[in-house]
Design a binder for this molecule. Structure first.
Ligand SMILES: Cc1cc2nc3c(=O)[nH]c(=O)nc-3n(C[C@H](O)[C@H](O)[C@H](O)COP(=O)(O)O)c2cc1C
Length: 223
């Protein structure tokens, strides 16, 4: 698969087969992704890779934490600003609507929506979970480099035939998860990633999200 194909055909996978992935396979993906660029080559990323009981324990931790506090933990790094402009609210709602439609979940079906959120915390059934961390000393420039690294991980995984889904939902339990994983105080968990073999029989994996045309987000000059 060439780079352009990889970029254009990667999608977020939200239903996985339970086919296991070995540590060596994950290491191979990370070993390639580490060539991702970063500002001044700081390579500000860290990963915590979980499988088996460790992966299940992260899911249990999240569900137990949210049982006590369904709104999620107070978060130092909110996923969205309070005043998210309408354009972005529309895009966010658009992907949610398209996804629920594909799965046949009605807007009012709270139970089905809740089950879907639980599945998010279950890494959509993926056998491997990766949490991305960054030293809290870093500001937004280094967080951008972490994002590039995450995209590289997803592209490498996709090129090798795996599916991925980045998961910001873990921000809801960022603090408990930090303690659970016994991370150093200096580190912050940014997001999770589900990694596994896509279940191609599931409709949700056929979701192709829309993108704005280049003319909508670019200015050109001097050509
Ligand atoms: C940082 C980040 C966090 C995300 N968190 C979640 C998540 O918690 N759950 C989920 O189902 N999808 C999550 N996504 C997937 C996005 O919804 C998805 O990338 C977007 O709708 C575009 O679709 P595509 O990845 O299929 O191209 C996340 C994506 C990114 C980049």
């Amino acid at each position: 698969m060439d780079t352009i194909d990889a970029i254009k055909t990667r999608i977020s996978t939200r239903a996985f087969l339970d086919t296991p992935i070995s540590q060596a396979e994950v290491e191979e993906i990370l070993d390639i992704a580490r060539f991702s660029p970063s500002s001044s080559n700081l390579q500000p990323w860290g990963t915590v890779v979980l499988a088996g009981d460790s992966r299940k324990a992260a899911t249990d931790l999240a569900l137990n934490t949210l049982m006590k506090n369904p709104a999620g933990e107070a978060d130092e790094f909110p996923v969205y600003p309070d005043n998210l402009p309408q354009k972005y609210q529309d895009r966010r709602a658009g992907v949610g609507k398209a996804m629920y439609e594909l799965m046949g979940i009605e807007r009012q079906d709270e139970a089905a929506r809740q089950a879907w959120a639980v599945d998010n915390f279950n890494f959509y059934g993926a056998p491997v979970a990766i949490f991305f961390t960054i030293d809290r000393v870093h500001g937004r420039n280094q967080w951008a480099s972490l994002g590039m690294f995450m995209q590289t991980v997803c592209l490498v995984a996709h090129a090798k035939g795996y599916g991925t889904c980045m998961q910001e939902i873990w921000a809801m339990v960022r603090n408990s998860l930090h303690s659970h994983l016994q991370l150093d105080d200096k580190d912050v968990i940014y997001a999770g990633l589900a990694l596994g073999h896509p279940d191609k029989s599931k409709a949700v994996n056929s979701l192709r999200t829309e993108r704005e045309a280049v003319s909508g987000f670019s200015q050109f000059s001097g050509f």
